[in-house]
Design a protein around this ligand. Sequence first.
Ligand code: PGD
Ligand code: PGD
Ligand code: 6MO
Length: 821
Amino acid sequence: MSKLNGFYKSRRDFLRGATALGAVGVFAPSILMPGFARAAVSDGEVLTGSHWGAFRAVVKDGRWTEIKPWEGDPHPSKQLAGILDSVYSPTRIKYPMVRRAYLEGGPGSDVAGRGKDDFVRVSWDKALDLVVGELKRVREKYGQAGTFAGSYGWKSSGRLHNCQSLLRRALNVGMDGAFVNSSGDYSTGASQVIMPHVMGTLEVYEQQTVWPVVIESTDVLVFWGADPIKTNQIGWTVADHDSYAYLEAFKKTGKKVICIDPIRTETAKFFDAEWIAPKPHTDVAIMLGMAHTLYTEELHDVDFLDEYTAGFDKFVPYLTGESDGIAKSAEWASEISGLPADQIKELARLFQTNRTMLSSGWSIQRQHHGEQSHWMLVTLASMLGQIGLPGGGFGLSYHYANGGTPSANSPVLPGITDGGKAVEGAAWLTNAGAASIPLARVVEMLENPGADFDFNGTRSKFPDVKMVYWTGGNPFAHHQDRNRMIKAWQKLETVVVQDFQWTATARHADIVLPATTSYERNDIEHIGDYSLKAILAMKKVIDPVFEARNDFDIFAEIADRLGKKDAFTEGKDELEWIKSFYDEAVKQGEAKNIEVPDFESFWKEGIVEFPATDEAKAFVRYADYREDPLLEPLGTPSGKIEIYSKNIEKMGYDDCPPHPTWMEPIERIDGPDAKYPLHINSGHPQDRLHSQLCGTILREGYAIADREPCVINTEDAKTRGIASGDVVRVFNDRGQILTGAIVSDDIRPGVIRVYEGGWFDPVDAGQAGSLDAYGDVNCLTPDLGTSKLAQGNCGHTGIADVEKYVGGLPEVKVFKTPKEA
Ligand code: PGD
Ligand code: PGD
Ligand code: 6MO
């Protein structure tokens, strides 16, 4: 993930390369030079890469016919098949298109007509003239902060065709930074803001105690709301999949694995792990119950707490109930979580008597008050006193991009920059744009121009945005409370979407620009966010389909129309940029004494690999701190793990107290005033990356009755007369979706699972509240910030009910080409 919020990263860790690559990527580029073969092959095999891994594309007569995993991939993802299909899919955007009413009536025309698929094909020139005309008009009429370009999402891998940086670059050089930017991401919105206060660093995108050490030293491996077998299929750069061999090796040791998850996950099945299934949204209570057990049984590590943490004494009165009259005992936690009190106590003792790694995923912080989850996990781990010991402590990235895979001594590629001014004291960050909002507050921003909002100790005003330019993301999939969003979207005068497929977002745009996929252009990227095991030439497989253009070229054209083409391109074309990034790696190689071949040899070979060092194979997170807390202090104000944060205390937020706290979410099953009986688990899809590849053959492998599946527990299905294969309506006050039922005992009663990323397909487009024919779970989830501190999204909060659908079945249309497109 590419977004860092200013002050978080300790420079030291950064230079050690201990950060996941997505979080890096903005060194100044250097040198330029010659020309190589820029065209795609007409016959043969091309090695290239993607979020799903590296692969060889077989091309016949200029058409891509087959996809084969790269030989160096130890565990290729089944999703690869979808990539090839996506390139030739009927949902490809073929030409620049403009919504008919917009073309005829201009900005702001018939905004309720968005989503009705009534588009007109226009020439590239016409489309770009419209875009640039609007950028100028909006700036003239509404000022520097009238256009939102904080565009977020999983754009493709590659250091050059980073459509989001390119968008902001074009607006920086061509419009004098006249745009609203965003901070944070949807993945770790809460954790990446709270963790710097607690640990002095991001944690979520950083190297973990490596797997070889875990295999050797960990006795109890806990996956707390984490499913690495599912989620490690994906990398922000090009996935290496190296964690799978380590997971296999851990399994062979026969040591204990526990999965705490409302769902019996792929990981739980793989390990045949002990499955503990609490009520969702109650993890903080469970951890508090464990902490209370440790404290009252005097099992907590007093020495560790004294030497390495700050503020435990201020947390204890809360834990014991001295401060609020409620002891956070295992019995108390049992009431909330539905787990037996004895089980909570036994787990606490088990963790204490064994070397335990508490590995957590991220869904438990994409919840209302999500800041508390990982803060409390760190507090629990601190009480266990194993942080910094081989195989002990906690980890927030074992499930992401193959975290814990030893890092190679590799140079780090720079990437295209957004052209903003560097942030003082943080050379890898820029301050681009006229204003910025916490990303997940985008709808609130549209609804409340001029209103105050809080964020991590600051208070700012929402800008008055009239235009949105989105590229490389799918907000009509990733954002919560779709129906509220549809209304807010109608306040926009102009929406530009640049993508390669007809996502719901593209269908709700005024101007749609067709981008190429990464397989229709050249780029360069690392393999392995953490392992850094190779630099890969992401070579063009085929020529662009229809009228698709590269993101770089589209923005260069826009910059040109703004009279700033040279400032945008710096006089370099695609391959010259790629070479300049690579040459920077060569330079780093010289300084680090690593052999890096010259660009010509590299490009010919297509890949250069780097081995992991022995030091990296023995890396223990926080070992340095444990060994010498004075010389290796944490980046927090106290230099220690902050169980109590004076900084957060000073902010005085009612929804984020200064120590980890159980706070009732706005809704949860069996919570106060719960209106619906079922919790909506909207985890990440097994066979997709969010909404990407949803419109491909992969769907044939999982769709039920042509719709997104909804997993429901046997008991819950029985009381509702639902059988596997039935079309069911999932509903609450926010929305309603049709899905296909899967009845299962691998999910806790009281919980349903509909993966995020199903394409939104409203029966009555433009009308908030319409039935969604395919199953976009975000029609049901609430749109609110985790708290004033982080303002992260709450995609994993939300309750609903399910019924067998008996009405006439609406057709699923979203995977077809819009008419005239
Ligand atoms: P993707 O489907 O990956 O979802 O949200 P995100 O918007 O990232 O969308 C990427 C889009 O970029 C696709 O439409 C793709 O076609 C386009 N694209 C890819 N490559 C290129 C390119 O080279 N050029 C251009 N122009 N476009 C390109 C993901 C977000 O969803 C994330 S990261 C998380 S963690 C959240 N998770 C949840 C959740 O767990 N639960 C709920 N309820 N909601 C969530 N939303 C969030
Ligand atoms: P999720 O599937 O949302 O993944 O990684 P993240 O860890 O956020 O949730 C993980 C587990 O948490 C699930 O098994 C879910 O059931 C469980 N869970 C949900 N709610 C609760 C709860 O209240 N308590 C407990 N104890 N458990 C709970 C997401 C990461 O994955 C991200 S951010 C991205 S952007 C990538 N996305 C994908 C993807 O879309 N598809 C795949 N296959 N892989 C990905 N990897 C990355
Ligand atoms: Mo994410």
